[in-house]
Each structure stands twice: as C-alpha cells, then as structure tokens.
Design a binder for this molecule. Structure first.
Ligand code: ADP
Length: 446
C-alpha cells in the first residue's frame, strides 16, 4: 500500500498541475478558485474521517472499524491490525489468568495475597471458606478486620515468619489451621492456610497415648523398685552370688523411672496450650542455685572424690531478670548445665552466662567437653536422639532432656542455638525475645 505522504503529495502535485494548466487556458482567477475549492473539499474529507475515527474510539468495536479511503485506508488498516493483535493478546492473557485461577483453586491449602499494608488483594475459594472471607466484598480490606485473632495479629505484625502459626477457626474451635506468611515482591505477602485438624488429632492421640502409658507404668515400676530396695536392704535375703544382679536391676528400674518421668514432663509441656506465667525470675539467684546443683552433680559423677571434677564458672548480669514460668525455665537451664557436665571429661570447664546480646536476653552454657559433630546438631532436640548412646546411659541420660528444653523455650518464644566443635566443646544458648526482659530494681542503701 503506498505511503500516506506519497498519496498526499501525488494529490497536491496533480491538483497543482491541473490548476497551472487551467491558469494557462482560463486565467489565474479560475485556476486559483478551483485550487482553493479542491483543497477545501480535501480538508473536509479529512475532517470527516477524523471524526469517524474519534467516534470509533468512543466505542472501539473491532467489527466497526471504518474501511477508509485514500490516506485513511492506511490508518484504518493499521488500526484493524493493531486491534486484532490486542484482542489476541488479551485472550491469551485471560486464558493464562483463568488457568492460574483454576490451578490456585485446585490447591487444598487456602492462598491469600496481602498488600504491603496487609490488605487482601486476592484469595482462593479455599481461603474464603477457611478464613470466612468473601473476595467480592473484602477485597482491599485489611485482613486484621476479618481475622481478628489477637495472636494472629501479633504474628502478622511481628514480622518473624520462619515458624508457622496455629490458628483455631473462630467458627469451629476443633478446626485448626497452620498459617504461613511468605514475603515476596515489594513487601507483599503470600498467606498459606492449611487445615491441620486431622494431624492435630493424631498428634493429640500420640501425646495422650504416651502420657497414659507412662502413667500406667509408673505405679508397677515404683512397686518393683520398692521391693528390690527392700530385698537388698534385708540382711541375708539376697545371696551374695546374686547381689550384682540385684544392683543391675535397681539401676535399670531407676533408669526406667527417669525415662517415664521425663516422658510425662514432655507430654505435660507439649499439651499445655496456655501461655506460660510471666513471673519475674530472679536470674542471679536461680543461676547460683543451678551452679550449686551442678557442683553436686559433678561430685556425684566423680564418685566421692573430694574435689569436683569440673570448674563451674558463673557470669550473670545482676541487673537483668527474665519474665517467664520459673519452674519450667529452671528445668530447661538445669538440663543444659547437667548435659555440659555429663559430656565434659574430668578437669573441664563449664561457663554459665546470662546477659544481653544484641539487645536480647541470652542464657548460655559453654563447655570444654567432647563436642558434637556438625551432622548431629540439627537432630539433637529430637526425642531419644543421642550421639553417644553409651555415654548418655552411663551418666544417667534419658535422651529426652533437649526435647524438654526445646518445648519449654518454644513456649517462651525463645530459640535454642547450638554451636560445637568435636573434641573442643559446645555452647548451648537460649535466646529470649526482648519483651521478656525485666530490669531488676536496684535498692539504694542509705
Ligand atoms: P541425654 O539424656 O542423652 O543427654 P539430651 O536430650 O539431653 O539426652 O541430649 C541429646 C544428645 O545430645 C546427648 O545424648 C548427647 O549426645 C548430645 N549432647 C547434649 N549436650 C551435649 C554437650 N554439652 N556436649 C556434647 N554432647 C551433648
């Protein structure tokens, strides 16, 4: 198709040639009049096509694009081509969006996209059902207006999303969801909501089963242990040849009793969904008493030698206290100190410290003991996971200590950090959130 400029140029040249010819035969007036009238008609035709174009833009339907003539044929043909491409792209985009929606809605988990200021931008049908949302009316509303659980709101604003959050359905408290928040793009968040009701039920059954079995085993074991003790104490009741077997039986019943006590402690802590008490714990006193217990343990492992095997150092910030459940935290800290003693050979050092690190309160126990190979570190808090089974048994371990520590710390929103070097020693640190800091009141003496 010829260029628009060529068409216009040809028209003006032809008109000029005709008018020059007319000038020669009919004079300048006729030629100029015809030239002007022709240009005027040319202009009117262009204005009318421009008007048609303007009308079409008001209602841009592909089928109604005018065909045009002259230079305008080029314009409308290009417009038709552009509009066809546009419609093809839009169709492709719509079908991609449709497929994305179908795929997203086929996922059993609910998905919600949140804006940087936590407004709902989009969600799947499952998320609507699970969280009681309706995208048609709730779009662009802050999610905290619709999911009003105070713990969820705290989790959302806290900004620490490594661990998922458990949310009870407000419509049916037996239904439990696991919420995960994944930041993406520029401060937007993807909220994933998974129905955990079945898994929670199985977990509760497991916990109840362990608690019941432990409870049922405790009484017969106490009876057996009691009889063994009575028989051992009765002069002549146990022949000398059998005495060593009796000692072994007593040791083993003692071990079983410790395992059962630890299992019961673990299931009590795990099934406790109430927040722990927020007592002000006098850390200096607590740690001094733990240090004394540790000296006792060290001596008992040393089987009666006068001096304790280990050098136990304490460095506690006297102005810093902790808010939490005293009994639980006492048990967690004692567990870490007792491990340090049990896994540090004679003459080793144990450093117990308490203070602020990066503005967070941290309790840590460092030892110069046997250390742990890197590959075991992530698994240490699993129930009954032991690096050295023999050593754990020898020193009275149950394999449950670090599991108990982990659960107590989770209840206090704290985390356990373990660093270790084989043969050089280990450091176990309990890192608490700033919110648990209590500054001790210093009493001024007159
Ligand atoms: P256990 O009763 O066996 O000590 P824990 O749950 O307390 O059980 O600890 C799990 C395992 O972690 C232990 O069996 C031991 O192998 C390892 N461990 C724990 N603390 C230390 C430590 N301070 N030094 C070396 N190994 C340790």
């Amino acid at each position: 198709m010829p260029d628009i400029r060529l068409k216009a140029g040809l028209f003006v040249c032809a008109l000029s040639a005709i008018c020059i010819f007319l000038w020669l035969i009919s004079g300048a007036t006729v030629a100029l009049a015809i030239f002007s009238v022709s240009l005027l008609i040319y202009l009117v035709i262009h204005i009318s096509w421009l008007h048609k174009l303007h009308l079409w833009f008001k209602n841009p339907v592909l089928q109604e694009i005018p065909e045009g003539s002259g230079a305008w044929e080029n314009v409308f043909t290009a417009l038709l081509r552009y509009e066809r491409n546009n419609i093809a792209n839009q169709t492709q985009l719509n079908s991609a969006l449709e497929r994305f929606n179908l795929t997203a809605n086929a996922i059993p988990d609910g998905l919600v996209i949140l804006s940087p200021s936590n407004e709902i931008e989009w969600c799947t049908h499952n998320a609507e059902n699970q969280l009681g949302l309706d995208l048609a009316t709730d779009k662009n509303l802050p999610i905290v207006n619709l999911v009003r659980d105070s713990n969820f709101i705290a989790y959302l604003y806290n900004g620490e999303y490594e661990e998922p959050f458990k949310l009870k359905s407000w419509r049916n408290p037996e239904v439990v969801f696991e919420i995960r928040l994944i930041p993406f793009a520029s401060k937007q968040k993807l909220l994933i909501c998974r129905d955990m009701t079945q898994l929670e039920k199985v977990d509760t059954m497991r916990r109840d089963f362990i608690a019941n079995v432990s409870h049922e085993l405790r009484t017969p074991l106490t009876v057996v242990g009691g009889f063994l003790e009575t028989l051992s104490d009765m002069a002549g009741a146990v022949p000398d040849a059998l005495k060593s077997y009796f000692t072994m039986m007593q040791e083993q019943t003692g071990r079983m009793r410790r395992i059962i006590e630890d299992l019961l402690t673990l299931s009590t802590i795990e099934s406790n969904t109430e927040n722990p008490e927020d007592d002000e714990i006098d850390m200096e006193n607590l740690l001094k008493s733990i240090q004394n217990d540790a000296i006792g343990l060290s001596q008992s492992l040393n089987q009666g030698l006068k001096n304790a095997k280990h050098n136990i150092h304490l460095d506690a910030d006297p102005t810093l206290n902790l808010a939490g459940a005293q009994d639980e935290l006492h048990s967690a800290f004692s567990n870490l100190v007792s491990n340090a003693i049990r896994y540090t050979p004679k003459g080793g050092d144990i450093f117990i410290s308490w203070g602020l690190k990066n503005e967070q309160p941290v309790f840590s126990v460092r030892d110069t003991g046997i250390g742990i190979e890197q590959k075991h570190i992530d698994r240490l808090t699993e129930r009954f996971y032991r690096v050295d089974r023999g050593r754990s048994r020898e020193t009275g371990g149950t394999g449950l200590g670090l599991s108990i520590v982990k659960h107590i710390l989770i209840r206090h929103q704290a985390k356990l950090e373990i660093t270790s070097e084989l043969g050089a020693g280990s450091t176990f640190s309990a890192i608490f959130p700033k919110a648990r800091i209590v500054h001790k009141k210093v009493i001024m003496q007159a």
